[in-house]
Design a protein around this ligand. Structure first.
Ligand code: AMO
Length: 396
């Protein structure tokens, strides 16, 4: 006889066989089959509480059955769910899954993706905590662009024009002057004018910035530690999700290979998506591309000392997609004044940091949705966003 256990969750599937019915109950840990000696009609997604004898059963979904149960319905759905939860992989298209997100996300195969995201976030934080970084939270309503003026969302801020932060770039740099090593995880906003598989209007940026670097290679060494820590955390904290999604987690080499932009064979000032795919096929699943032309980098970027047309910056490609960007920053006040020209006004407060002494520093930002998309082999970043925001989507 099994141990008496109690379980609360949702009716995942329900099957009557003569006088016996099998009810599969799903909770946050997985699924368990409940065997009833009566025929009980339960609508999928009914919320139930069950007490029964736990019996190991190889054939049962989840490997456990509850026998001789007492069953309480806690909440009845107003109507059956629009998605068949019992299918191992939902058959609905991505737009339908996104429209139905509050219920679609309950599907184990969907939920697993966000368990991977949560474990990744944990790995990011844990790695940087260990390396002496301080976690910060900076404003998302801001007065100036940080990346390019093109994709800024404007906000009416008590009658003044303000913007949604494109990145915590300026604040993380200012705070390097305070803490030396900082990181932040949070939403950032880009009014992306195109509907692409890699762009969201709001995404989760995992940012770090550190002082006393020699150049961008010191930053890349930290990126390597962070990626290794994120993979480790996914393996340890999201093992059931890794198994369910049959993921092959990447091996993170002790040094991630790097190629200079000048050696990529690309004539333009930036890589096209096809270049990113080709370079990863040729050189490795994880690959740094360094030295992007200054023409494509933001004003705070440090040039390459001997070839100032190139920059001390990098992108990290993972399985054919850019997932992170970073580099060494300008740190001398005079260099910022020269870089901004007559546009210093909105940056007055930021420039205080440089006027009063800033060490050589650099940092990076990694897009969480893109990272998880590449881990699970999803083509579209909307697949790994709980409630995506894009050109067409403001709800759910
Ligand atoms: P960048 O603009 O390259 O750099 O952004 C950094 C990373 O964020 C992700 N990302 C996006 N993800 C989804 N939708 C988008 N629209 C989107 N745009 C960017 C990508 C990208 O690699 N301040 C610099 C970082 C730094 O130098 O520290 C910045 O924001 O994964």
């Amino acid at each position: 006889m099994g141990k008496r256990v109690s379980l609360a969750g949702w009716v995942h599937a329900n099957r009557a066989l003569g006088a016996v019915s099998f009810v599969v109950v799903r909770d946050r840990c997985g699924i368990a089959q409940v065997v009833l000696s009566e025929s009980l009609a339960l609508v999928p997604e009914t919320v139930v509480e069950v007490e029964g004898d736990a019996i190991a059963s190889a054939q049962a979904p989840g490997g456990v059955e509850l026998h001789d149960p007492s069953f309480h319905v806690l909440a009845e759905p107003a109507e059956p769910p629009p998605i068949e939860m019992r299918r191992p992989v939902p058959k609905e298209t991505l737009p339908t899954m996104l429209d139905l997100a509050p219920v679609a996300l309950r599907h184990p195969q969907r939920r697993a993706r966000f368990e991977i995201a949560a474990a990744s976030l944990h790995g990011f934080r844990a790695t940087l905590d260990e390396l002496g970084f301080t976690e910060i939270s900076t404003p998302k309503i801001v007065a100036s662009a940080t990346e390019t003026g093109a994709n800024l969302f404007s906000v009416d801020y008590f009658g003044r024009r303000a913007f949604l932060a494109q990145s915590p770039q300026l604040y993380k740099q200012m705070l390097v002057g305070v803490f030396e090593r900082v990181y932040e995880t949070g939403p950032v906003f880009r009014a992306e004018p195109h509907d692409t598989a890699r762009h969201l209007a709001e995404y989760t940026s995992l940012d770090a910035e550190l002082a006393f670097v020699r150049d961008h290679f010191d930053v890349m060494a930290i990126v390597r530690e962070v990626i290794a820590g994120m993979v480790r955390a996914v393996r340890e904290r999201a093992a059931p999700a890794v198994e369910l999604l049959e993921l092959e987690l990447p091996e993170v080499p002790s040094e991630i290979p790097a190629v200079h932009f000048a050696d990529t064979g690309v004539e333009d000032v930036d890589l096209a998506p096809a270049d990113e795919r080709r370079l990863c096929e040729e050189r490795g699943a994880l690959l740094f591309v360094t030295g992007y032309p200054m023409a494509k980098r933001p004003f705070y970027t440090h040039p390459e000392p001997d070839r100032p047309h190139y920059s001390n910056s990098f992108d990290l490609l993972f399985r054919g997609l850019e997932i992170a960007t970073g580099g060494q920053r300008l740190h001398r006040y005079g260099d910022y004044v020269a870089a901004l020209g007559d546009k210093t006004d909105p940056y007055d407060a930021y420039l205080q940091a440089f006027r009063y002494g800033m060490p050589p520093h650099g940092g990076f930002a990694l897009g969480l949705e893109r990272w998880v998309a590449r881990l699970i082999g999803a083509h579209n970043v909307r697949e790994t966003t709980l409630f995506p925001r894009d050109l067409n989507r403001l709800t759910p």
